[in-house]
Design a protein around this ligand. Structure first.
Ligand SMILES: [Zn+2]
Length: 123
């Protein structure tokens, strides 16, 4: 009466195969939706955008650090390589942290239909 097979088919028939993405308002396969009802391509877009912001943050951080090292520490030619390594590390870590933060903000904000109309003339 409450066999697993019957239950499964009932569960399936109650839900449609497609769902509307809250971000681009396109009908997508329900399989590719996550729990915030973002489709695969919207998540991909948010991740890419977050990556750009992350690199921007990393560059700012690394530039600030490089300036600080240059002006305050005044490294000699002998150890400059070590400082370059430090700046590169700051760039990498900054970009990772910036990306995660930006992605979190994009996800948390979750503005409805924000991708429904593609923005024109801005990158
Ligand atoms: Zn979408």
């Amino acid at each position: 009466m409450f066999g697993k097979k019957e239950k499964d088919s009932a569960w399936k028939s109650r839900f449609p195969d497609t769902a509307t993405c809250v971000r681009c308002l396109e009908e997508k396969d329900v399989e590719e939706m996550d729990r915030l009802l973002w489709c695969e391509s919207c998540r991909e877009m948010a991740r890419r955008r977050a990556g750009v912001w992350g690199w921007g943050f990393g560059v700012i951080l690394a530039t600030t650090l490089a300036g600080w090292i240059w002006i305050v520490i005044k490294p000699s030619d002998v150890i400059i390589g070590g400082w370059i390594g430090t700046v590169i590390a700051a760039l990498w870590i900054g970009s990772r942290v910036g990306k995660e933060t930006a992605y979190g903000v994009l996800r948390f904000g979750n503005r409805k239909a924000v991708e429904a109309v593609p923005p024109r003339g801005e990158g």
